[in-house]
Ligand binder design. Structure first.
Ligand code: MN
Length: 571
């Protein structure tokens, strides 16, 4: 039954024989893993990945993305599956599934301000626009079946959908998806308002429709006279959530809500968009300030159309939206349409290239600018000017899914201090993605980090070389100073004098100090003034953790070119 449902869509999809055979194999694999598993609705679990994959197919995305849709929950069910996916279905599908799994850990729980970090992290972790689209389709289907969830979960998921997913859909210009997500969420988050507006719209819509039915023939006659070809004309019902938002702006005044039902006109090309606009303005008087040329000046998410509102017959206000077929497809499914239609007939070269064409990064830059406008204090201004988050920021998660934004190269110790200075000070170990790692391991975007603490643990001077953020460094310095210099001994470190003998050559000292930093040993003082006497040693003082460390250091130093002898003396 499930297979037949999927197969029907597969046959309509336009995929090649080879792609269809490939997706059939993926389907079988996913079915096997989810076998016996049920959704809360009582359906077999596989119904959900199928629904997601069909939504992806409807957006006309490539076979790898459809495969990722089928497999998107497989790794959660069986962590071992990731390897098998790579072996069976290749690197690209494995990468998409892996990224979807990572993105799953990103949850929006914080305040609005934290929301911006969450969105950025989501995109940084996703790495590929297709991953974002899989997640949007996943969320859409989960929202469509949210009634089966418990009340508490409904509320949390719906709120997250409004603050994170709808906003991401908007950023990608996927207007249709955004509208669906918002209306579905509103039902759960603001049930009374949803009910009220739906009732009101139902009451007003028939009258409005009757009116437009009279209006459209008048327009059609005029367009024909001016020889403007019409591809389609229809009414667009504004979605409930956006009506509600508009109403709030207008203090609940329905009469100022012009676009409850807008007329959408689709023509073959841009020239005829302006032609149709001329006809409308000749027929009816436009309302000043309501004309918007999004063709000449597209919205940041790429949306293009002409919008105008006019006083139509009997002075009733009507909004028109005029656009080409291509603009229409893009307005409906955003970046996905761009991918599907601009590449028609050509071999698909991967989404990243399309992303560039769509000015994906440009959009994010615009996003930063929006932020900048909305913030007033100079400190926040500086924050929002950082558009380097793909280059030198990473986004990691607490086990609860809170997002922590750190510089590239940051370690679990940075993370610990970021959470709280006491967690930093008492840090004894770390788990990254449930695996034990050292506190100095470099972190990656999407990592989930858990810090283990010990009551009597204290920072050591070496920690200073293990952290990247100045915040962590300051906390460590403060803690070391508060403890007093005597306590260095109690931290099991003691000063050591080292004498290094060897030949003078260019870069000699640099190579020696490099050894210290490689072994993460902080040099306290260095005296390299040998006054031309090669027999005189370079003297280095450092805080040592013990015999073992000194032995290792000596060994490595002896390997440096030119070093003849190393002597150490514990003070
Ligand atoms: Mn899912």
């Amino acid at each position: 039954m499930n297979w037949r449902n999927f197969e029907k869509h597969l046959l309509d999809s336009g995929f090649s024989q080879k792609d269809r055979a490939f997706l059939e194999k993926v389907f079988e694999f996913a079915s096997k893993i989810h076998e016996g598993e049920k959704r809360l609705s009582g359906d077999d679990y596989i119904v959900h990945p199928i629904a997601v994959a069909i939504k992806i197919m409807n957006l006309k995305l490539d076979a790898a993305t459809v495969a990722a849709g089928l497999l998107h929950d497989v790794v959660e069910k069986d962590p071992q599956a990731q390897k098998e996916i790579r072996k069976k279905f290749g690197e690209e599908v494995a990468f998409l599934v892996d990224s979807v799994t990572k993105v799953d850990r990103v949850h929006a729980t914080g305040t609005d301000r934290a929301m911006e970090s969450v969105k950025k992290m989501f995109l940084a972790v996703a790495q590929d626009i297709r991953v974002v689209i899989v997640k949007l389709m996943d969320r859409l289907h989960n929202m469509e079946t949210l009634s089966y969830q418990k009340k508490e979960k409904q509320d949390r998921i719906a709120k997250e959908t409004l603050s994170l997913y709808a906003s991401l859909a908007d950023r990608l210009g996927m207007w249709n998806v955004k509208a669906k997500l918002e209306d579905l969420s509103m039902r759960y988050v603001y049930p009374q308002e949803y009910e009220k507006i739906t009732t009101e719209v139902k009451k007003r819509l028939p009258e409005r429709e009757r009116f437009l039915k009279k209006l459209v023939p008048i327009l059609k006659v005029e367009l024909e006279k001016e020889k403007i070809p019409l591809s389609d004309i229809s009414y667009r019902e504004k979605h409930i959530y956006s009506i509600w938002k508009k109403l709030e702006q207008n203090e609940g005044d329905w009469s100022r809500l012009f676009d409850l039902l807008a007329v959408r006109i689709i023509v073959p090309d841009i020239k005829n968009c302006y032609g149709a606009l001329g006809v409308i303005h000749k027929l009816w008087k436009p309302i000043p300030g309501r004309f918007k040329d999004y063709i000449a000046l597209p919205k940041p998410n790429g949306y293009q159309s002409l919008h105008t509102s006019v006083f139509a017959e009997d002075g009733v206000v009507v909004e028109f939206q005029i656009r080409t077929e291509e603009m229409h497809k893009e307005a409906e499914s955003g970046i996905a349409a761009h991918w599907a239609y601009s590449e028609a007939g050509k071999p698909k070269q991967g989404f990243k290239a399309i992303g560039k064409k769509f000015n994906w990064i440009g959009q994010l830059a615009q996003w930063e600018k929006d932020l900048e406008k909305s913030n007033s204090s100079s400190e926040e201004m500086l924050e929002s000017l950082k558009i380097d988050f793909f280059r030198d920021r990473i986004f990691v998660l607490t086990p609860k899914g809170d997002v922590i934004d750190l510089p590239q190269g940051a370690t679990p110790l940075d993370f610990a201090y970021h959470i709280h200075s006491e967690i930093g000070n008492k840090a004894s170990g770390a788990k990254v993605n449930e695996k034990l790692v050292s506190l100095s391991r470099e972190l990656n975007s999407g990592d989930v980090i858990e810090i283990m603490t010990q009551k009597n643990k204290k920072p050591s001077i070496e920690w200073l070389s293990m952290v990247k953020t100045s915040m962590a460094k300051n906390f460590i310095r403060r803690e070391l100073k508060i403890s007093g210099s005597k306590s260095f001994l109690s931290l099991n470190s003691y000063p050591v004098d080292l004498k290094i003998y060897g030949k003078n050559r260019i870069g000699f000292i640099k190579d020696i100090t490099a050894v210290f930093s490689r072994l993460r040993i902080n040099i306290q003082s260095l005296n390299a003034d040998r006054s031309g006497n090669e027999a005189a040693p370079i003297k280095i003082n450092f805080l040592s953790k013990g015999e073992e460390q000194i032995k290792k250091l000596t060994e490595v130093l002896k390997k440096v070119e030119g070093v003849t002898r190393v002597e150490s003396k514990v003070k």
